[in-house]
Design a protein around this ligand. Structure first.
Ligand SMILES: Nc1ncnc2c1ncn2[C@@H]1O[C@H](COP(=O)(O)OP(=O)(O)OP(=O)(O)O)[C@@H](O)[C@H]1O
Ligand SMILES: [Mg+2]
Length: 445
């Protein structure tokens, strides 16, 4: 029986890690990680916050299961103490299914654990509790599982950088890494600089112990097809807005899902249009406003200046950018940029130029953070001219019947926005227009 559209839940989830069936497949990454694991190599996976690490790890587990490789996923986010790490390990083991749970039960029973969930009573029988010794014992459990099941075991540690301040724990992990031939490790972290410190600092025990995988953005095609398919599976049509939506997300997984979520809310029976996308984009910006404001308020003055320069399309090291943003010197710009790179708020693109990782933050800084806007005049539908304050028709501010009117409006916006660049495209030739300005015409051609 056909379901009514209203029965469908919004298929675009943006606030938690996704189960494999909810997500775009990260096939290449999963294949690589699985191959390395099967070969007994440890891997680190690093990426900024919300780039889809935990969702990838879930896909990895599903794939490992398909290869009959038992896996444990240990979430170390915000661990505060060694005892806390022990709790996380124990919880992860206890979540194992069926037969493995029995192995785990026996092993943990032998260690004298008494708390099924979250307690802090890690007493080995008859001994005073030593949390480091407890973690050692718990890290032996995967090897026991491997022995008893005759299968290689995959141990996945999410938010591993949380260990950095726990004295000596990376040494504890190293000792197990080295002696367990049948256990493979994946270490995942969202503070790339901290994770790197654990594995790239010669003075630390895990130095050189794992190969690295940087989790990047989603591929354009995959994102496009996913959005279109999920709309149609839920009785809607993302229509002409699909490529523009993907373009606006800059292939940032969480931003893609956030924008798709609001576009899905926006449309009903008709295919989505660029106007729907505009409204959806505004809803998304409202949804993240508090979060971005909070991030902005937490930055130093120089970090804000560097972000404003980058959002204006300038290198913060250029004299022009320093003057515009009020940076005192090249070295202060450099220090602030490095801090932003370390926190993965900025990244370097292929040409080594600085780039704001989150497209919505970039837009926010243009609106509220003193960055310079770019105002465009491009031909609109049926002989009109459209003024946008960014490189997308989703950023349309107004539509005019003549070029003169549109130019006047663009100049007005530029003047009120502390000096914007104004770019006029007074041509109808698709070859002379930027891709984004082709809008629905791109699909006709
Ligand atoms: N493969 C994917 N396909 C579609 N969307 C994804 C995918 N991976 C991540 N996302 C989107 O990004 C959001 C965050 O994903 P996830 O929690 O996996 O990221 P994370 O890097 O682990 O984040 P955090 O740093 O907060 O732990 C998800 O809610 C989803 O909207
Ligand atoms: Mg995560």
């Amino acid at each position: 029986m056909a379901r009514k559209r209203s029965d469908h839940a919004n298929p675009f989830v943006y606030a938690r890690a996704l189960a494999p069936e909810e997500a775009i497949e990260r096939a290449d990454e999963v294949r690589l990680l699985l191959e390395r694991a099967a070969g007994g190599h440890a891997m680190t996976v690093y990426a900024a916050r919300r780039m889809g690490k935990t969702s990838l790890l879930k896909q990895l587990r599903a794939a490992a299961e398909g290869k009959k490789m038992p896996s444990v996923l240990i979430d170390l986010s915000d661990v505060l103490s060694v005892a806390d790490v022990a709790v996380r390990l124990e919880q992860a083991y206890r979540a194992l299914p069926g037969r493995l749970a029995r192995v785990v039960g026996r092993e943990l029973g032998g260690l004298g654990f008494t708390t099924p969930l979250g307690g802090f009573t890690f007493q080995r029988r008859g001994e005073a509790s030593d949390p480091v010794a407890t973690v050692h014992s718990l890290l032996e459990v995967p090897a026991r599982i491997a022995e008893r099941s005759g299968q290689r075991v995959l141990v996945i540690l999410d938010e591993f950088q949380a260990l950095i301040d726990l004295q000596g724990l990376d040494g504890v992990f190293r000792s197990h890494l080295q002696h367990q031939a049948q256990v493979s490790y994946v270490f995942c972290g969202s503070e790339p600089s901290l994770l790197r410190a654990l594995f790239e600092d010669r003075a630390r025990p895990l130095y050189g112990q794992a190969q690295q995988l940087r989790l990047g953005r989603i591929a354009f095609e995959a994102a496009h097809d996913f959005v279109a398919a999920r709309f149609s599976q839920t009785g809607k049509d993302s229509g002409a807005a699909t490529p523009e939506l993907v373009h606006l997300s800059e292939l940032h997984p969480q931003r893609l899902m956030l924008l798709a979520h609001f576009l899905w809310e926006q449309v009903r029976d008709e295919p989505a249009t660029i106007s729907d996308l505009r409204l959806a984009y505004d809803s998304a910006m409202r949804a993240v406003d508090l979060e971005l404001r909070y991030l902005w308020d937490g930055l130093s003055a120089n970090e804000r200046r560097v972000l404003a320069a980058v959002a204006s399309g300038l290198s913060p090291y250029q004299a022009e950018a320093r003057a515009m943003a009020g940076l005192a010197s090249a070295s202060s710009a450099q220090r602030a940029a490095q801090a932003l790179l370390d926190r993965a708020i900025l990244e370097r693109d292929e040409a080594e130029a600085l780039h704001i990782l989150d497209p919505l933050l970039a837009r926010w800084v243009r609106r509220h953070g003193g960055a310079r806007l770019s105002v465009y005049v491009v031909p609109g539908p049926s002989g009109t001219f459209v003024v946008t304050d960014g490189p997308s028709l989703a950023f349309t501010r107004s539509e005019h019947s003549t070029l003169e009117e549109a130019q006047t409006e663009a100049d007005r916006i530029a003047a009120s926005d502390r000096g914007a660049d104004v770019m006029i495209y007074d041509t109808d030739d698709p070859n002379d227009l930027p891709d984004w300005a082709l809008g629905e015409r791109a699909l006709e051609g």
